[in-house]
Ligand binder design. Structure first.
Ligand code: SF4
Ligand code: SF4
Length: 362
């Protein structure tokens, strides 16, 4: 059997613990309990294995990765092994002392997420009073440390009107990059979809505002824009293709081709507790299940875009059609595409209550 080229990145969900409770969180409804998390020694061993097989980047995420007291040790080990280290954080735990600790590790980049531009609405979405102010302090600390800063804003029906204020805030904080990401409907976000999905008019206005800001800030700030699948005609190349660029590790050590893959029934996923990363990448049947193009049904099988979007997202095909091996219904070449308009029509209730993300689905 041919050797699969090494993945580019390892996405490490260090923990599902998080002080915040965003209803748009893409973590699974059934999260990993703290007692099931990998130990420090296990994470360090996994990082060694990642470096050994040629992985270049380590993305540390969660939950809130800063809830792990051993985070500096993990970052330092990765940096010493030559991995590019990217911390994805809500910032509420990024105190002066935590920043000082991180700076000793050789960390490369921090991505700081905001729930909005306005403190009370942002704190309400996060379920954390004073959280927004703490994030502003965290942004200042990152800039003062001379690190590259990416600010991330997840937008949805309830905060999309504040997009111009978010863009201004990202600029004023000195961001090198601003990511405006429409909610991706997995996990808690899928549960809350009806209350979060924007209208087409909201989406079009937001897109115009992002394009104007890109023009205004060209050469100074990069703006990434992640659009919502539900209004698209072509699917995203989810994870750059199943088993092609990334390994995603749950806090328990389970290795997935994408963060929501565990929702797919009938596939069991190996754990790095007892299987090496190299073995997972090369031989795990779960990673080979939707790899490349051999699994594809029509219309993907004979489509000219099959090695561009890789048939879209398997977890979305499962969530929306009940069949992970179907063409992603976001694609207008899929016979199931009309379901997207139906889902949009059903998701138009601004008055619906949000279900906050809680550990163990509580
Ligand atoms: S989206 Fe919110 S609740 Fe989910 S991990 Fe990030 S900060 Fe925590
Ligand atoms: S038919 Fe399949 S490969 Fe072609 S554009 Fe649609 S999802 Fe992509």
């Amino acid at each position: 059997m041919s050797v699969i080229p090494a993945p580019m990145g390892l996405i490490a969900e260090l923990t599902h613990r998080c002080p915040l409770q965003c209803a748009y969180c893409s973590n699974p409804l059934e999260m990993v309990a703290p007692r099931e998390e990998l130990t420090t020694a296990q994470w360090l061993r996994v990082i060694d294995e990642a470096a050994d097989i040629g992985i270049l980047q380590l993305h540390l995420t969660g939950g809130e990765p800063m809830a792990r007291p051993d985070l500096p040790k993990i970052v330092a080990h990765a940096a010493a092994r030559g991995l590019y280290t990217n911390l994805i954080t809500s910032g509420v735990l990024l105190t002066d002392a935590a920043m000082a600790d991180l700076l000793t590790t050789g960390i490369d980049h921090i991505q700081l997420s905001f729930q909005g531009a306005e403190a009370s609405a942002a704190d309400s979405m996060g379920g954390y009073k004073g959280g927004h102010a703490r994030k502003l302090d965290a942004a200042r600390r990152i800039r003062e440390a001379g690190l590259t800063l990416t600010t991330n804003f997840v937008i949805h029906r309830r905060n999309i009107a504040d997009l111009p204020a978010m863009l201004a805030m990202g600029e004023n904080l000195g961001s090198d990059r601003i990511e405006i990401a429409h909610t991706q409907y997995y996990g808690w976000a899928l549960k809350n979809r009806a209350a979060l999905l924007p209208t087409r008019e909201q989406l079009e206005r937001a897109t115009t505002q992002v394009e104007a800001a890109r023009e205004r800030l060209m050469g100074r700030v990069v703006i990434d824009y992640v659009v919502p699948d539900y209004y698209a005609e072509r699917p995203k190349a989810c994870m750059g293709g199943w088993g092609r660029l990334f390994i995603h590790l749950l806090p328990s050590g389970k290795a997935l081709p994408c963060h929501a893959a565990e929702t797919i029934p009938g596939i069991s996923f190996a754990s790095v507790r007892d299987t090496s990363l190299a073995e997972v990448w090369q031989n795990d049947p779960a990673f080979n299940r939707f790899r490349a193009t051999g699994w594809m049904p029509e219309p993907c099988k004979s489509c000219d875009r099959r090695e561009i979007d890789w048939g879209g997202c398997r977890c979305q095909a499962l969530a929306l059609l009940g069949d992970a091996s179907a063409t992603d219904p976001v694609c207008d070449r899929s016979p199931d595409h009309p379901i997207m308009a139906e889902l949009v029509a059903q998701s138009s209730d601004s008055a619906l209550a949000l279900v906050p993300r809680r550990l163990r689905g509580g």
